[in-house]
Design a protein around this ligand. Structure first.
Ligand code: SAH
Length: 203
């Protein structure tokens, strides 16, 4: 599949946010996958990026990004930098991007790659369970690995009206993609369906 065909497929599957579709068109996914998988870079499936981790399926990336309903200039936190592709998309959308990764080699590689490609993204090496309180609150928080429960510290780091998009479920078991919206003390929740993500590790 070509880059254009990947974007066309995602549009056909129902993603309509032009900010998201434009970013998908502009960000070169092939620069975020291992050289051995370059020819598959625009297929609609996850690919291995080493250390047992994967760059997520493009349609799921698009679906989650759209669900965040972000506007240019808003602040977003991603937990699970991985290859840096999702972070690059968010940066290409004109957002103020913060991302946390716990595996040192992936963190280093993603940071170098984002820098080389000219994306402004604030990267941190840490257990993302604690979020990144220094720059909170966030209009959007996106978690790209699946914890068994929503990490408690994230609720306080979500802005009023902010959106949290996160897969929740047992490691390698059935996981649900949730969208949570903060309205004061009340949290609205939307079930976005079943997904399969690598586990979110918290020791
Ligand atoms: N968003 C990535 C895909 C991420 S795969 C991309 O666009 O390529 C999930 C990532 O979450 C892996 O890199 C994994 O190491 C990371 N991860 C798992 N648990 C984590 C935690 N507690 N804190 C931060 N990162 C975590």
């Amino acid at each position: 599949m070509s880059h254009e065909e990947m974007v066309a497929l995602i549009r056909r599957r129902g993603v309509r946010d032009t900010l998201v579709l434009d970013a998908l068109t502009r960000v070169p996914r092939d620069a975020f996958v291992p050289e051995t998988h370059r020819c598959d870079a625009y297929g609609d499936y996850p690919l291995p990026i080493g250390y047992g981790q994967t760059i997520s399926q493009p349609y799921i990336v698009a679906l989650m990004t759209e669900a965040l309903s972000l506007k240019s200039g808003e602040r977003v936190l991603e937990l699970g930098t991985g290859s840096g592709y999702q972070a690059a998309l968010l940066a290409a959308m004109g957002l103020d991007v913060y991302t946390v990764e716990r595996i040192p080699a992936l963190y280093e590689a993603a940071r170098a790659r984002l820098d080389a490609l000219g994306y402004t993204v604030h990267c941190k090496l840490d257990d993302g369970y604690v979020g990144w309180s220094e720059f909170a609150p966030y209009d959007g928080i996106l978690v790209t690995a699946a914890p068994a429960e929503v990490p408690e510290p994230l609720w306080a780091q979500l802005a009023e009206g902010g959106r949290l998009v996160i897969p929740v479920g047992p490691p390698h078991g059935y996981q649900t993609l949730w969208k949570f919206i903060k309205h004061g003390d009340r949290i609205e929740r939307v079930d976005m369906g079943g997904v399969a993500f690598v586990p979110f590790i918290h020791e």
